[in-house]
Structures are given as C-alpha cells and as structure tokens.
Design a protein around this ligand. Sequence first.
Ligand code: GDP
Ligand code: MG
Length: 438
Amino acid sequence: MLGNLGGNLKDALKKIAGKTVIDKASVEELVKDLQRALIQADVNVKLVMNLSQTIKKRALGEEPPKGVTAREHVLRIVYQELVGLMGGAGEFSLVSQTILMAGLQGSGKTTTTAKLARYFQRKGLKPGVICADTFRPGAYTQLNTLCSKINIPCFGDPDEHDALKIVKEGLEGISYCDVIIIDTQGRHALEDELIDEIININKISEPDHRWLVIDAALGQQASEQARRFHEAIGIDGVIITKMDGTAKGGGALSAVSETGSGIIFIGQGETIEDFERFDPDGFISRLLGMGDLKALVERAEEALSVEELDPEAILKGKFTLRDMYKQLEAINKMGPLKQVMGMMPLGNMKIPDDAYDITSNKMDRYKVIMDSMTPAELDNPSMINSSRIHRIAHGAGAGPEEVRELLKYYKMMNKTMKGLRGGKFNMQRMMKKFGGGA
Ligand code: GDP
Ligand code: MG
C-alpha cells in the first residue's frame, strides 16, 4: 500500500537513529528526505512545505521532555505532524441508519456498498442495500451477486429507469433492515445530470450519512471531487478505494483531509473483506513501522491503572517477585505477551524467547506459588534457599522443581528488566513519549 512511502519514511528516520544530538544539518536532511517521500506519494507540494516547516521548527525549537532522547523527540514530532496531515477520522455510530453512496463511475461504489454491508453485518446489525444505478448495464446483477454471497438483501429492478422510484420503493421494501445503503450511478465525469440526480435521491431518502467513494489513484485531484460532491449534498465521510493499487494514496488521503471531510474507511482489494476502518494514528504508526502505538498505549494504561504496577520502583532498580506478580497480571490484561511486544518500537533490543514462553495456566500456577511465600521472600527473592523452597512447594501443593522453575523465570525477567532499564527502552518512558498530547 502507498508504494514506497512507508519504506522511504522509515529510511529517512533511520538516518537519525543513534544520534544523541540532533543538529540543524541532520534535521534539514531529514526534512528533505520526508519531502521527497511525500511528494513521490503525490501529496500536494504546498502541504508538504507547510509540514516540513513545522517539523523543522519544532525539532529544533522544542526541548525534548525529560528522559526522551533527541531522536525519539524528533520521531514523535514527525509522527504527530503526519497524523495531523491525515486529518481526523470520520465518525458514525453502529445504529440503524440510511447511507447514501456517491461517487464517479468506476470509483468502487458498488464494491464498497457490499463491503460496508459486510462491515455492519459483522457488527451484529442487519444491513440491506438498494441498487439505484439505472445507468450502468448489469449494475443490479453486480450488486446482487456480491450481496447474495453474504446473505444481504438487495433491492432493485433492472428494468426500471427511474432511480428515484427505485429508492422510494426500496426504502419501503427493505424497511426491516437496520442499515440501508443506497448504491447510486456514476458518470465518467462530474456532469450536471449526475449531480442533479444525487441531489434528488438525497432529498427523498433523507439519509443519515452521505459518503463519497474516491479512487486513490486520483492522488491530489481527489480534492476537486470531494469539493463538488460536498457542495451538492454535503458529504460527511469519504471512503478511499484501491489503496492497494497505487503509489498516490498519500496524495488522495491528504487532499481529502484538507477539504475537511473525514476519511472513514479505506478499501484495499477487490474482495469483500479488503476493507478497513481508517484511523490516522494507527495508519501512520504502521507506515513508520512503529507498531500500533496508540492501541498499545491505551491497553497499557488500562492494565496499569488496575494493577498499580509501580514503574518508578522498577526504574530505580528493584524488581521483586511482588513486581513480577503484578506484572504478570498486567500483561495478562493487555493480551498475549508476544503480541504486546510486537506493538512496541523496540528497535534492535532482544527479548529472550523464554520470556514469551509463559502460558496463562502457568501464570496462574506461579501466582499460587507466590501466595505461599512470605512478604519478606516476595520482596527479597535471593533469601529463598533450598529449605524455603520445600516449604513454599508444600504450602502451594506444588513440587519443589516448580518453585525452582518460577525462580528461574524471575531471574530471567529481572535480567530483562535490567536491560530495559539500561537506557534503550522502558514502558514508562514510551508511554510518556507517545501518550499525552499525541
Ligand atoms: P462503481 O462504478 O463506482 O460502482 O465501481 P465498482 O464497485 O464497480 O468498481 C470498479 C472496479 O474497481 C471493479 O473492478 C472493482 O473490483 C474494483 N475495486 C473496487 N474497490 C477496489 C479496491 O479497494 N481495490 C482494488 N484493487 N479494486 C477495487
Ligand atoms: Mg456501481
């Protein structure tokens, strides 16, 4: 997706990796690389210039927050500004509603109508579609074929030439559906006739949403279409299709966001499942290869607020069995450890494979064993000698080898935590970097 944009952005950021001081020359080089990457993706030159001015000013003018390296600081600025370039995501709710689809012929309206119906169906709603395209031969068959595969009712009449009549009848005919999506005709170009028809369909159907479907290959020309349709019927969401097939996606995304219409979905393939909700944070994180930071930060915050894990204490150098107990619980809440680690920007840091190798069953066993330890043992695991191991095992109904295994796991985690403390990375710092104000 997006051709080389992701790779080029990553390369640009790699150049400043490892630098402890970011000077004017390296910021200027970074900004030049970013400019080249964005212009290649067809982002409007003026937008690119504004963006690079802001990045330069912030990177050189803002003091990095405490505990954040210069490089991380610049990375965060680039991330925030790129997210800003994508604009806010469009909003809608998972309730009963009518949605009118607009767009030129070939933009992907019919395919997207079926994809959307599938999306709502997965969310537990009962969608239905109306084919109001009386212009393109075979329009009804195309939509009906897509929808019958997923058991979604499709209203239409291939012999009827009056699109307004179909819409009126359709709203009655499938009124038992929660979400009604109206697929309309498109012409090759923005003609008055097309605009008149969509204005009329909009009047009689009184939809809750008017969504515009745009082909990503248009690049920055997408803004012209977005404006025209917006003037006609008031577009409140844009779906950009064919993100899989063009290097100009960056241009389409930024051009649309500049018109003020939020992007709600992107289509990236011909099958009904090649469709995703657009989220600027997640999108840019993935583009920059930073993992899905926003999702991770949210999950980490949830887990930590419940568990009162004391990152400050861990930072200061003490990682006890008690901390590990809390940590196991917190990690459990965040999801599988490997997945959690996969979302983190760990750079070259190596986590021992064994650290992942703990099942929730084992976690529960470990907790039982730790429950039969004394507070002193939890705070100071090094005092646990052979006779204590036997006592703990007995109390927990476990074998001494299980207790030894737990202690071995603790030692490995302790070492890993020390490595993390060693400067390259820790959760607390990462959350500070990417959490507040991002
Ligand atoms: P409409 O004229 O606006 O209704 O457009 P269609 O839904 O008929 O789509 C036109 C063509 O684009 C079809 O061949 C679709 O399979 C294709 N298409 C639609 N969305 C996507 C997409 O996200 N990716 C790709 N690669 N093709 C798409
Ligand atoms: Mg169509």
